[in-house]
Structure formats: C-alpha cells, structure tokens
Design a protein around this ligand. Structure first.
Ligand SMILES: NC(=O)c1ccc[n+]([C@@H]2O[C@H](COP(=O)([O-])OP(=O)(O)OC[C@H]3O[C@@H](n4cnc5c(N)ncnc54)[C@H](O)[C@@H]3O)[C@@H](O)[C@H]2O)c1
Length: 332
C-alpha cells in the first residue's frame, strides 16, 4: 500500500480523494490546501488528517508519495520540493507550462531516484486502449492521421477572476484543460511532434482566455493530427485514428469525472462501420494505481518522462503559434 498526500483540494483534488477511497493500492493519509477552512472541512468529512502546510507533508516519513492537484504554475516547484524530500510524485496535467520548467522538474525527479506519474487518465480508457492496440498490431494498416475533439462548457460557470481564465496560468483556452489529453494520446501513438499551427479565439464571450482552440500537429515522419478543444459548447469527446486499412473512433458518453461508458466504432477495408458499446470504467483510478505499481516496481509506468517532456514542448509551441499565427517548431 502506498501512503500518499493530496495537495490542492479544488475540483480535481476532491475527485482524486474520492476516487482513491476505492483503491487497494494507494491510501490517502494526509490532505493539504492553502484554503485551510474549506480544506479542513473536506478532510474531516473524509476522515483524513489535514496538514498545516506542504512542508509538514514533506517532513512526514510516513508519506511515500504526493499527488499534486494545484494550479499549473505551481507544479514545477512542488515536484522539485517533493522529489528532494524523497517522495514519489503524481502530478496533474500539464506537468509544467514550458519545456525548460519540465526539464528542471524531471531532472530533480531523476536525481532523487523517485517515480513520476501524470494525470493523463485517457490512456487508461478501455476503448482507447483497444483502438491503440488495433493501430500498434497493424490492423489499421499504415497509421496516417488522428482527429480529436475534447470539449465542454464546465468553465462557463467560473467567475472571471478564476485562474483558469488567466492566460499565463491557462494559456490558449482549453489547451491545458482538455487539448493536453489529446496531445498526450497522439504522442503515445505517433511519437515526437515536430511542428504545429494553432489558433485560439473567443466566440462565446465568457471564457475570456479563448473558447475555440484548434491545432494541426505534424509528427516526425510526417504523420499528422488535428486536435480541437472548445470550452463553451456542451460536452463532446471524440478520438479517431485513421490508417491505410481501417479506422477506429472512440466517442465518450460523459466527462471522465462521472464516466458513463463509450462507443468504439471501427471500419476495415471493404467493410462497413461497426459500433461496440463499452461500459463505464474508472480510468482515473487505473492511472493512479499504475503509479502505485511503478512505485512498487511491479510494472513500468506507461507515460515516460520523455513523452511528458514532448507534451510540454508541444504545449509551448501551440502557445507560440497562436501568438505568431505561424507554424512553429516543437523544441526537442
Ligand atoms: N486529469 C484530469 O482530467 C483533470 C481534470 C481537472 C483538473 N485537472 C488538473 O488538476 C489541477 C487542479 O485543477 P482544479 O480544477 O482542481 O483547480 P481548482 O482551482 O478547482 O483547485 C485548485 C486548488 O489548489 C489550491 N491551491 C492553490 N495554491 C496552492 C498551494 N500553494 N498549495 C496547496 N494548494 C493550493 C486552491 O486553493 C484550490 O483549492 C490542474 O493541474 C488541472 O489541470 C485534471
């Protein structure tokens, strides 16, 4: 059993705490948030000790891992502090906001000899795993292109001062909220991104840092992906892989905070599209438990530090391209 502390008890920190109550691999034994009043009340409701500060958690030898669910600009310094204190780290996405920051954080992790994991639970969705296997096993033929769209209107309820509306904390609309998951999936399938052209506009007038983001990514070797994230439209989620012999498309019924299941449609050369329904599953828990397995040494964690760095480099290039209006290189 991995004893962990969760830092940041907003929307996602609460979901992670509740999710881990069903885990046989991770026990949440400390909680912390700078909002002590709300944090203490949440901790009391869940029967978990609330810490006075992050330092207290870092000094506690009983804590084996920290799980970071804090605003993005805090991730680098919190990863470094946790790693130097000998704690394994599960960090919510994005790892960091630029490549240099990700490199510093991952260097600290490597030097400390601890494990790092990231909140890209979509890799653990059963229909995504099936579609990825179809591609990797060659059943789609030569892999050619990815189309992804992960959109919702959850943030239209936030007030204008929320950090998610702030372009330095949350640049280019849905980039760090939802597009980052599609970028991660694309990297897991197509590898190193090389160039990107991105555009982010605000049409709905509420999510002021942008509500309509689209990116065209070219990977080394010439495969491509068109990825979209709208933050002012009802929930929509689709991920499709196209190959020379067939295609596979995953559609989600609901946001991952309350999974309701998926549809996987496949079509192979000379055949007709066929749709299979997948029951609800718990990818957030699967991801956290894959982290615990990596810490225990029973299985490697599937998202490597190299892939995490590629994703932050792509994030940085998307921000650059949106500002410049040009195709930008993804730093390697
Ligand atoms: N994996 C997913 O699907 C998913 C979904 C939603 C959010 N997230 C990620 O989770 C993280 C948090 O997002 P959120 O929506 O919960 O944000 P939020 O604003 O709801 O919560 C953030 C919390 O962090 C606390 N906080 C701020 N500074 C802190 C500090 N120095 N130390 C401790 N706590 C501090 C705030 O008080 C707040 O309670 C982000 O990285 C976000 O991208 C991931």
């Amino acid at each position: 059993m991995l004893d962990a502390a969760i830092i940041g008890l907003g929307w996602w920190g609460k979901i992670l705490t509740q999710t881990l109550s069903a885990s046989s691999k991770i026990r949440v034994m400390r909680l912390f948030d700078v909002d002590a009043v709300a944090g203490q009340a949440f901790a009391a409701d869940h029967g978990v000790r609330f810490a006075e500060g992050f330092e207290e958690i870092l000094e506690d030898d009983a804590v084996g891992a920290v799980i970071l669910a804090t605003p993005h600009s805090l991730h680098e310094q919190q990863i470094i502090a946790a790693a130097r204190a000998g704690k394994h780290v599960f960090c919510e996405k994005p790892l960091c906001l630029d490549r240099a920051s990700a490199v510093r954080a991952l260097d600290a992790v490597r030097e400390a000899g601890v494990r790092i994991a990231i909140g890209h639970e979509r890799r653990f969705e059963p229909p995504i795993m099936r579609a990825a296997s179809l591609m990797r096993e060659g059943q789609l033929g030569a892999p050619m292109h990815i189309e992804g769209n992960f959109s919702h209107d959850i943030f239209t309820a936030l007030d204008a001062g929320n950090w998610r509306m702030n372009s330095s904390e949350s640049p280019a609309g849905g980039l760090t909220a939802t597009l980052i998951h599609l970028m991660d999936l694309s990297i897991s399938l197509f590898g190193q991104p090389e160039q990107v052209r991105a555009s982010c506009e605000c049409h709905g007038g509420v999510v002021t840092n942008g509500d309509t983001l689209s990116a065209h990514v070219r990977f080394v070797g010439g495969r491509t992906a068109t990825l979209n994230a709208l933050t002012h439209t009802p929930f929509f989620s689709r991920f499709a892989i196209f190959g020379s012999e067939g295609w596979a498309e995953v559609r989600d019924k609901a946001h991952v905070q309350t999974p309701e299941g998926w549809f996987l449609t496949t079509c192979f050369k000379d055949g007709k599209p066929s749709t299979e329904e997948f029951a609800a599953a718990t990818p957030v828990l699967s991801n956290l438990e894959a982290f615990a397995d990596a810490v225990a040494g029973t299985a490697p964690y599937p998202n490597t530090p190299e892939q995490m760095t590629m994703n932050v480099s792509l994030l940085e290039a998307i921000v650059k391209s949106n500002a410049s209006g040009r195709v930008e290189e993804v730093e390697r």
